[in-house]
Design a protein around this ligand. Structure first.
Ligand SMILES: [Zn+2]
Length: 273
C-alpha cells in the first residue's frame, strides 16, 4: 500500500513503538519529525517510522478523497484514504504504542495530547511526556473519535503541536516528547526531566458544529477561556449562534477550513488526571 515505512531495530527485545506522521498531509511536522528520527539508535525493541499519507503530503493537502483520520478501520475497496486506513489498521495491530503526530495553527499555544481511552497504558505514556494539556475524546460522546487512527490500535495517542510560535520550535518539542516516550520504555537513554509540569485534563462531551461555512467564529473566543451559556460563538449577518451551556472550547478554529467540516471546536469540561 501507499504509506512509507522505515524500521529501526534494537539489539534486544522490547516494545514496538510506531511514530505516524502526515495522517493529514499538510501537517508537515510529521514528516519533519520522521526525518529527524531517521538515524535514531535504539537499544531495544522496534521503532517504526511511518509517513501515513505520502500522496497528500506531496500535494500539501489535508487529504485527497477523505479525511484519513476519520476513515478507520478503513475499507479494502473504499476511497483512497479508506484503503490506506484499512492497511494501516492491519499493519499497526502488532504495535504496542502508536504515536500519531499532528499540527494545528490556532491561538492557544499549548501542545495537546489526545486520547480516546483512559486506561493504564495510555496514562503511562502520557505521564512520560512533559506535555500539559490532555484531551480525553471518549467516542461515546465524540463520534469523530470513533474513526480515528488511535481508536483502532492497542495503545495510541495523538499529539497536536501548535505551530503559531514557529515550526522549528514545534518540531523541537515533538522530538523532545518522542524521546521522552522512547526513554520511558528504555529504548533510548534520556536524562530525567526535572520540574514536571502539572497536567490539565479536558473531558470532551460534545462537538460544536456550525450550520454552514458562512458562519464566522466570534473573534473573542479563546482556547482555555470558559465560554458562558448564551455567549455568541459565531455569526452570519444578523444570525447568531449562542452557547447552550458553559464549556471550555478545545481545538478551537479561528476560521473554518475549506477541506474540513463545519466543526468550530469540541466542548469540554475541565478535570484532573
Ligand atoms: Zn491533523
Amino acid at each position: 500500500m501507499d504509506y512509507i515505512e522505515q524500521r529501526i531495530y534494537g539489539s534486544k527485545p522490547g516494545k514496538t513503538v510506531a511514530i505516524v506522521g502526515c495522517v493529514h498531509g499538510c501537517e508537515r511536522i510529521g514528516q519533519a519529525l520522521i526525518s529527524k528520527l531517521h538515524k535514531c539508535r535504539i537499544e531495544k525493541g522496534i521503532l517504526r517510522l511511518i509517513l501515513a499519507n505520502p500522496k497528500a503530503y506531496k500535494r500539501n493537502k489535508y487529504f485527497l478523497e477523505k479525511n484519513l483520520n476519520a476513515s478507520f478501520p478503513g475499507i479494502l475497496t473504499g476511497a483512497y484514504e479508506e484503503r490506506l486506513a484499512y492497511h494501516l489498521t492491519k499493519d499497526l495491530s502488532d504495535c504496542d504504542i502508536v504515536i500519531d503526530i499532528h499540527s494545528i495553527s490556532a491561538s492557544s499555544g499549548i501542545d495537546t495530547c489526545i486520547t480516546t481511552v483512559m486506561n493504564r497504558e495510555n496514562k503511562k505514556v502520557m505521564n512520560m511526556m512533559n506535555i500539559r494539556k490532555i484531551l480525553y475524546a471518549n467516542p461515546s460522546y465524540i463520534p469523530y473519535a470513533r474513526s480515528t487512527l488511535i481508536n483502532h490500535v492497542k495503545c495510541g495517542i495523538s499529539l497536536e503541536y501548535y505551530t503559531d510560535t514557529g515550526k522549528r520550535k514545534a518540531l523541537h518539542r515533538a522530538v523532545r516528547d518522542v524521546y521522552s516516550i522512547l526513554g520511558g520504555y528504555k529504548m533510548v537513554k534520556v536524562k530525567k526531566e526535572k520540574n514536571k509540569i502539572k497536567k490539565e485534563l479536558f473531558l470532551l462531551f460534545d462537538t460544536l458544529l456550525l450550520p454552514s461555512k458562512n458562519y464566522i467564529p466570534n473573534a473573542a473566543l479563546q482556547e482555555g477561556r470558559k465560554i458562558k451559556k448564551n455567549e455568541v460563538v459565531a455569526s452570519f449577518g444578523s444570525k447568531k449562534i449562542h452557547a447552550f451551556c458553559d464549556f471550555y472550547p478545545v481545538l478551537l478554529k479561528k476560521k473554518l477550513d475549506t477541506q474540513e467540516s463545519t466543526r468550530l471546536c469540541f466542548m469540554a469540561q475541565k478535570s484532573t488526571i
